[in-house]
Design a protein around this ligand. Structure first.
Ligand code: SF4
Ligand code: SF4
Length: 302
């Protein structure tokens, strides 16, 4: 099943200091609506079954979003929107906007929530959005972005107190978040496998990983190519057949790091995406791993 994160625009109404989607460039990019419609048509032909509208804040272009969601329904593509809930100012406004999205066939809302988001958006708006989804029959969950510090306890308690469906999502220290402080992690020795859903950016670059994958700027390891030069099907096939991506999916980052000679006690001091960056944003390590990606590497047993 092919799924993709669809970046219609990088524009956002707020500026979270932990934002992985942003860097310090002052401008934003946006896809043409007609182009986006054409791409969704191509996605349907390429067998895409799920699209997650993300990147900046999708609700900024609400009318365009309605049109794109409706088109997805026409093409039998399940839709999710990732949003910071800034638009859910009152229960009435929320009901109206979600009613229109529901009519267009929206499947799910993912509500971004954290102490960084809530610096700009009152948390009652996340509550409005979640309750609005329940009333409208739209699936939802709260993506609770956290660095697992005590500072986040009251934010988690708020979700518990209101019975909201949430899951904790670790901060990814890329983009703007690269500059924020971080504590040492205490973790088990985990495989760290990744599903690796691709991400299509508004400038039509497509990346094999939708999380920190567009930030590996030394090697551009996850860059699959640009839709101006390749078909969507070609870029998906590149993602699905790349031997090192296959190792990430099946072996996990930790086993690849172990193969690369990194000691276990060092491996457990890394967060997943940082370990991934250490391996794949280094030209020397990437070259070494690329040579064995179909031979010794998949057979590695620690
Ligand atoms: S984290 Fe989300 S809501 Fe915050 S600035 Fe980035 S895109 Fe906007
Ligand atoms: S570990 Fe690598 S592949 Fe997995 S989410 Fe992070 S950047 Fe993407």
């Amino acid at each position: 099943m092919r799924k993709i994160a669809f970046g219609y625009s990088t524009r956002c109404n707020i500026k979270c200091s932990h934002c992985v989607a942003a860097d310090e460039r002052p401008f934003h990019t946006k896809m043409e609506l007609a182009r986006a419609r054409g791409i969704i048509g191509e996605m349907a032909l390429a067998g895409v079954t799920g699209i997650s509208f993300t990147a900046g804040e999708p609700f900024i272009y609400f009318d365009d979003l309605l049109e794109l969601v409706a088109l997805c329904r026409e093409k039998n593509i399940y839709t999710r929107i990732v949003t910071n809930s800034f638009w859910a100012k009152t229960p009435e406004i929320t009901r109206e906007l979600l009613g229109r999205l529901r009519q267009c066939g929206l499947g799910e809302l993912r509500l971004s929530y954290s102490r960084w988001h809530q610096h700009h958006v009152p948390r009652k708006m996340v509550l409005h959005a979640a309750r609005g989804c329940m009333a409208a029959g739209i699936a939802y969950f709260v993506s609770f972005v956290t660095d697992f510090s005590e500072e986040d306890d009251s934010f988690e308690q708020f979700l518990r107190d209101h019975g909201l469906k949430f899951f904790p999502e670790p901060v990814i220290y890329a983009g703007r978040a690269d500059a924020i402080g971080r504590s040492a992690i205490l973790t088990d020795y985990q495989d760290n496998r990744c599903a690796m859903n691709p991400y299509l950016a508004p400038d039509l670059n497509m990346y094999a990983c939708c999380d920190a994958g567009s930030h590996f700027n030394t090697t551009n390891f996850f860059l699959l190519g640009n839709l101006k030069d390749h078909s969507l099907d070609q870029l998906f096939a590149r993602s699905e057949n790349h031997p090192l991506y296959t190792c990430i999916r099946h072996m996990g980052i930790t086993n690849i790091a172990s193969f690369a000679g990194i000691k276990s006690r060092e491996i457990v001091t890394y967060r997943k995406c940082e370990l991934c960056k250490k391996l794949f944003d280094s030209p020397e390590t990437l070259k070494m791993l690329g040579k064995v990606a179909q031979t010794e590497l998949p057979k590695w047993i620690r």
